[in-house]
Write a protein of this length. Sequence first.
Length: 261
Amino acid sequence: MQRTSTKKNWDEFWNRKQHVEEVYSNVERIITNLRRVTDLNGKRILEVGAGTARDSFKLVNEGAEVFVLDYSSVALEIVNHLNQQSDANIHPILADAFRIPAADSTFDIVFHQGLLEHFKDPMPLLRENVRVLKEGGYLLVDVPQRYHIYTIIKHILIFLNKWFAGWETEFSINDLQDLAERSGVKVVYRYGSWMRPSLFYRIMREILLKINIKLPLYPRGIPGIRKIRNSLRKRFIHSNWALYTFLDIGIIGQKDASDGK
């Protein structure tokens, strides 16, 4: 049977992840990289496939008006709960990402993280993103990077029908840039992020959870080694070769007046 990523996969996932503090964060890479290309204050922003919308809550604190879209009602229940607990005013939308209920040129920024890789033909999704983006607006797309041991493990689990999302692919940075530019934006920034904590720690933690042993989500690590690692990462994070070692990569594209039609 051909594997797919379905709504059922995501409803089940978010039912297991009701406690948001048990879901690994994006280490603020979305907001950090958006700040590199534009001021966020006053912007109208849409997050597509938002899940718990943790990135979007941070954007509200920057003075943005934020909308979050997901087709999982379970995910949006978590968003509504977080809305009630905070001073933020996120606008949740229950809808299909391929048919966004918004007029053309509605948003200053559209972004998604961990979404594009679940579609075997991502182009219709990207073109819908560009449709609702204003001229001069920015599209951020954040995905898994292809050349990583995570990719091998993931595809073994997909073959065994054990992958939480049912099916998933991955991209090189050049693949991602090509897709984005064919959808109607010009890529103005590329970035990546190494996994924290490590993949092996995360695997060990998941295995131990099955026998009721709970390790911290983020280990403290050994101070000296942690300092050296962080120093090396800071030094090499902007090198071109690093884009082929990250777990996660992203592009930010800008919609030109003559594009995205």
